[in-house]
Design a protein around this ligand. Structure first.
Ligand code: NAP
Length: 245
């Protein structure tokens, strides 16, 4: 219960990795707001799960591609939970395909949701964070290395979070706020199901020969959110079954 009294906002918390993060932060004692785009029912299930742990939960419909929605989500979180201590940027979109065939709409969505939104969420959150505060983003093992074709723009969008994390850690260090990146490998979610078309190929690229589960990514986020990680900032934690070994 090392996060008792903390207030967290997890964007993209209705499903997959973000939902698992919201639930583990509540298990550790935090009150948790989540955002979602188009899954109100799934978001309500996550809120119920948070409340079952006797924590306050809140679901906010907010498209991460919409700057005004981002500001509204942070304001609503602060107003409802009484402040903000932990921001987790988990919302993400991925469109596979060769660069030559990538539509402008898909490229724009990946840049807006995967790159611009974490910056805008941080801008909105920073005035509310104090010493001990946390900004944790979800990157991808497809950032430092891109070992197969068809994910170029997605990998490019996730690699932007490497320098965002490092640079922001320099800016917020003097205030005692840490900024870190968790980079999952192949993780069994609707974005990348473990029984999907090329799942066996993805497994073959790992040391452990398997996909991760959302809760295994969430536990790394919970560690970085905890006081045990007070000295860790500007770091990239690969949680990828050895994909990047
Ligand atoms: P997912 O199962 O597709 O879930 C995506 C989540 O993001 C949902 O909660 C979704 O909300 C939300 N979201 C998507 N677009 C949004 C938008 N415009 N505004 C607000 N929320 C939005 O994906 P996931 O696998 O859990 O991925 C979570 C993060 O991990 C992403 O950043 C992804 O890039 C990263 N990641 C995933 C893997 C993997 O193998 N799964 C590997 C590396 C990194 P709705 O339910 O409302 O649509």
């Amino acid at each position: 219960m090392e996060l008792v009294g903390k207030r967290a906002l997890v964007n993209g918390g209705s499903r997959g990795i973000g939902a698992a993060i919201a639930i583990v932060l509540a298990e550790k004692g935090a009150d948790v707001a989540i955002t979602y785009q188009r899954s109100p029912d799934r978001a309500a299930i996550v809120v119920r799960s948070i409340e079952e742990k006797s924590r306050r939960g809140l679901a906010i419909q907010a498209d991460s591609a919409d700057p005004e929605a981002i500001n509204r989500a942070v304001t609503e979180t602060v107003d409802t939970l009484g402040g903000l201590d932990i921001l987790v940027n988990s919302a993400g979109v991925a469109t596979a395909g060769m660069t030559a065939d990538l539509s402008l709409a898909d490229l724009q969505a990946m840049l807006d949701v995967n790159v611009r939104a974490p910056v805008l969420f941080a801008q909105a959150a920073i005035p509310h964070l104090s010493s001990g505060g946390r900004i944790i983003s979800i990157g991808s093992s497809l950032a430092e290395r891109v070992p197969f074709p068809g994910v170029t723009a997605y990998a490019m969008s996730k690699s932007a979070l490497l320098s965002f994390t490092r640079g922001l850690s320099r800016e917020l260090g003097p205030q005692g706020i840490t900024v870190n990146l968790v980079s999952p490998g192949s993780t069994d979610t609707e974005m990348n199901p473990a029984n999907g078309e090329n799942a066996d190929y993805q497994r073959s690229l790992t040391s452990l020969g398997r996909f991760g589960e959302p809760h295994e990514i969430a536990s790394a986020v919970a560690f970085l959110a905890s006081p045990a990680a007070n000295l860790i900032t500007g770091a990239v934690l690969n949680v990828d079954a050895g994909f990047n070994a």
